[in-house]
Each structure stands twice: as C-alpha cells, then as structure tokens.
Design a protein around this ligand. Structure first.
Ligand code: SAM
Length: 236
C-alpha cells in the first residue's frame, strides 16, 4: 500500500514539475507547438541515471556518466525549434521525408524528442560506446525509430547525406566543414561554436550546391554551455 502511495505521489509530483517546465519554456519564448508537445510527452526521467530521475523536469543540464551531460530542456527546445520547417505541427509529407542527423547522442533524449514529433528519418552519432549502448536500449524500449552509429560525428555520416537538418549537441571550435557539406540545399545546421566552456549557437543554411563559403548563410543566437565536440573537425 505504502509503495503504491509513494509511486502515485512521485508521478503526481513529476507531472506538476513537467507542467512548470512547459510554462518556463513558453515564458522563455518557445512557441513551436510540435516541440512543446514532444517535451510534454517524453519522460525525461527515463533518460537519466536512477539517482537523478527525481530531477528530470528541472530546466538544467544533468550528468549522464562518462563526463557527459543531458542538455537543459530549454536548449533542446530552442535548438529543435531552430531546425523546424514550420511553427505548426509538421505535415505527414515532411515527417516521412525530412532527414535529421544528430551529433552527440548522449542519453538519447534529443533524438527521442525528434521521434516523438513524428520524424521517421533520424540518424544519431555518438563517440562513447557505453552512452550509445544505453541510448540504444532506450530507443528500443520506447519504440523510437532512430539509426545509431558509434564514430566521430564531427565527420558526419556520409552514407545517409544530404540531411535536411543537422543538430550538433556538443561545442565546436569552428563550424565543422564536413558537416556543412552534408547539408541538402535549403538544409539547416545548428551548432554551438566557441571555446571549450562557452559557445555561441549558429544556424547555418545551405543556399546552393556550391562548395565555397558563399553557399552558406550563418545566423547567430545566444550563448550556451556544451561539453566539447571531440574529433577530427572538433577539439582534437
Ligand atoms: N544530445 C544529448 C542528449 O540528448 O542527451 C546530449 C549530448 S551531450 C551535451 C554531448 C554528447 O556529444 C556527449 O555524449 C559526447 O560524448 C558527444 N560527442 C562529443 N564529441 C563527439 C563526436 N565527435 N562524435 C560524436 N559524439 C560526440
């Protein structure tokens, strides 16, 4: 009986915290309906180690092991919103066609948000085997269709390029050129660029199929703090 009561209390508290988080995201300017719905739907606690599950709906980054973090929900929402082709629910046509590459699978939460939005072509790359193994288990348990790969994601995933969207969830010293070249024409990449402790978020859009700098436009957003992108086109 007591166990039953405490499970009930815990889930009620988590639900209240989730509503508070959604209000906070709205107050901070997140307006994309599909992004907010996915954040409401995906249980962030399922992507955290046991000791941190109770903190699932705090709007903070949290440790997930191997010196890495699950991003702050606001960061996930902001980056996802920047990549969306529309502020409304994406059409069936977009959901089945739009190809998204994530660099830095981590806990799998960001990919799960994309899956909950209904995208069916999600690719994610992680360089730390134990994190990828855990994330894969979560994708399978939750029935989220995500293609995973263990490798240096700063080099992208050329077999499945070009991508409509690339989301880099680790901080890079520069815009990784190999990744930019894996964008489809009209495709967008969000990438934090800066030092190993603070980065500014950029959205790079591919304007045409050329290979030089004028094939891309760059927009600059606010500062975030990400763990480093470690790899050939990141921090070596
Ligand atoms: N998106 C993750 C989530 O939802 O939990 C959070 C990502 S965490 C902030 C950054 C991740 O990028 C870490 O798991 C780290 O191991 C990974 N990473 C760093 N450099 C990488 C690289 N070159 N290739 C692939 N993954 C990389």
């Amino acid at each position: 009986m007591l166990d039953h009561v405490s499970t009930f209390t815990r889930s009620t508290v988590l639900e209240a915290q989730r509503n508070t988080l959604l209000e906070e995201l709205w107050a901070k300017g997140i307006r994309n309906e599909a992004v907010l719905r996915a954040i409401a739907q995906v249980r962030r606690e399922d992507f955290l180690p046991d000791a941190l599950k109770a903190r699932g709906y705090e709007n903070v980054a949290l440790p997930i092991g191997a010196g890495q973090t699950i991003s702050q929900p606001y960061t996930v929402a902001f980056m996802t919103e920047l990549l969306m082709p529309t502020n409304k629910e994406p059409s069936e046509e977009i959901l089945s066609r739009y190809t998204i590459l994530e660099i830095g699978t981590g806990s799998g939460y960001q990919a799960a948000i994309l899956g909950a939005m209904g995208f069916r072509r999600i690719y994610t790359v992680e360089r730390i085997p134990e994190l990828l193994a855990e994330a894969q288990k979560r994708f399978t348990a939750l029935g989220i269709p995500v293609m995973t790969r263990l490798s240096d994601g700063s080099l992208g995933w050329s077999e499945y390029a070009p991508f409509d969207a690339i989301i880099v969830t680790a901080g890079s010293p520069d815009v990784p050129e190999t990744l930019a070249l894996q964008l489809a024409v009209g495709g967008k990449m969000v990438v934090p660029v800066g030092s190993q402790t603070h980065q500014r978020l950029y959205r790079i859009t591919r304007l045409h199929a050329g290979l030089d700098a004028d094939a891309f436009s760059a927009e600059e957003f606010q500062t975030f703090r990400f763990v480093p992108l470690v790899g050939e086109q990141g921090w070596r």
